[in-house]
Write a protein that binds this ligand. Structure first.
Ligand code: FES
Ligand SMILES: [Fe+2]
Length: 390
């Protein structure tokens, strides 16, 4: 981090026009302490996806998650309402929930057995006044419940805003839904349902930002995705930047279904003259979305460490009938197709991480034409990392 301290103005250099800008410094990818700083700035101040509802045990239940070392727990109560709490006991700070599982009416701390209701309120404090004495004068249980984290749910994904100060979740999502309304209609993505027959899970030895950057650009397509490139070539793609907050790329000629000989239910309002349009948008910081006429996918990037990221893909299909057995083969082909594409990206992302240990590189440059989405992401990060908290 010393280099970065000497180079106080890196974030202003990142925010210059694309053709003149420098990328984020190496240390923002290779430094463990910096990753925690990102957690408390980039991740904490906006909406961050931390998991899928399908990860949760049947309600009532709970699942612990960690965000770069911060223990959180997702709790689903008897009615299926989801809440997120800091996964730590108010007494002496023991981690509360250690593995996903059913809850029987309460969350019990394994250390001294204090219990919490599923809304987070403190219920029982056994022996707080000595053996057999469970209440004590002056100790107000209502002040010592679990610390709730602001959360939201969309398309079966759970999001948190750790700072509690981000815009309303609907406003965060608004620009991307608005962009996609001409494709999916004014019902938004409510027409889709998560596929129940499996997603993808891959671990890459790279910083999470490199997965975002690689996803945002089509530039690498001819060399990294030869099969995709046979019908969806580089020149068929365009850049996307939404409100300077989300970025990605689109294609005019996505044609997986007819090439694979499959047919799945489609969005009813999708324009007939744009059947092969598809868009790939990164919702900063860590959710990558893909929209096609007959399916949607969401790739959740779970930052495990500064140099390790878990990529989890959930597929969604249009309408209820898409889940029927008659579409099972088509669903499998779609999943296999994306597995191939995402696996093709792994060597590239991991090579970018290794490259960031080179003193011969420290940020690099951008093509003012091809790297606009990547630069949009770097600017988004630099604005938040460089500027002090308001
Ligand atoms: S730390 Fe949880 S009950 Fe003591
Ligand atoms: Fe790729």
């Amino acid at each position: 981090m010393n280099d970065m301290q000497q180079d106080q103005e890196w974030w202003t250099q990142v925010q210059r026009p694309t053709g003149e800008a420098r990328g984020l410094p190496n240390a923002t990818y290779t430094d463990a302490a910096f990753a925690r700083q990102e957690r408390d700035t980039l991740f904490a101040n906006t909406w961050t996806c931390i998991g899928f509802r399908s990860d949760l045990p049947q309600a009532p239940g709970a699942r612990p998650v960690e965000l770069l070392g911060m223990p959180l727990v997702i709790v689903s109560d008897e009615t299926g309402t989801v809440r997120v709490f800091h996964n730590v006991c108010s007494h002496r700070g023991q981690v509360l929930v250690r593995e996903a599982g059913a809850l029987e009416g309460a969350i019990r701390c394994p250390y001294h057995s204090w219990t919490y209701r599923l809304d987070g309120s403190l219920r029982g404090t056994p022996f707080i006044g000595g053996p057999g004495v469970h209440e004590i004068a002056g100790f107000d249980k209502s002040q010592h419940g679990l610390k709730a984290v602001r959360s939201a749910e969309w398309l079966g994904m759970i999001f948190v805003n750790l700072s509690g100060r981000a815009e309303a979740f609907e406003d965060y999502l608004g620009p991307v839904l608005q962009r996609w309304e001409p494709f999916v209609g004014d019902g938004g993505l409510q027409a889709v349902s998560p596929a129940l027959d499996g997603g993808l899970c891959m671990e890459v030895q790279a910083n999470w930002k490199l997965a975002v950057e690689n996803y945002c650009e089509a530039y690498h397509l001819p060399w990294v995705h030869p099969t995709l490139n046979t019908y969806s070539r580089l020149e068929d793609h365009y850049n996307i930047a939404i409100d300077d907050r989300f970025a990605g790329q689109g294609t005019y000629v996505y044609d997986f279904a007819s090439r694979a000989g499959i047919s799945l239910p489609e969005f009813a309002d999708w324009p007939a003259d744009k059947r092969k349009h598809a868009e790939y948008v990164a919702l900063f910081p860590n959710l990558l979305l893909g929209l096609q006429i007959d399916h949607v996918f969401a790739m959740l990037l779970e930052p495990l460490a500064h140099d390790r990221t878990r990529e989890r893909v959930q597929l969604y299909y249009v309408g209820d009938t898409a889940a029927s057995p008659r579409y099972a083969e088509a669903r499998k082909l779609v999943l296999d197709g994306w597995r191939d594409v995402f696996q093709e990206d792994v060597w590239a992302i991991e090579g970018l991480q290794r490259g960031r240990h080179s003193p011969g590189f420290d940020g690099g440059v951008f093509s003012p034409v091809m790297d606009v989405p990547t630069h949009t992401f770097h600017c988004w990060a630099a604005r938040r990392l460089g500027a002090p908290e308001p």
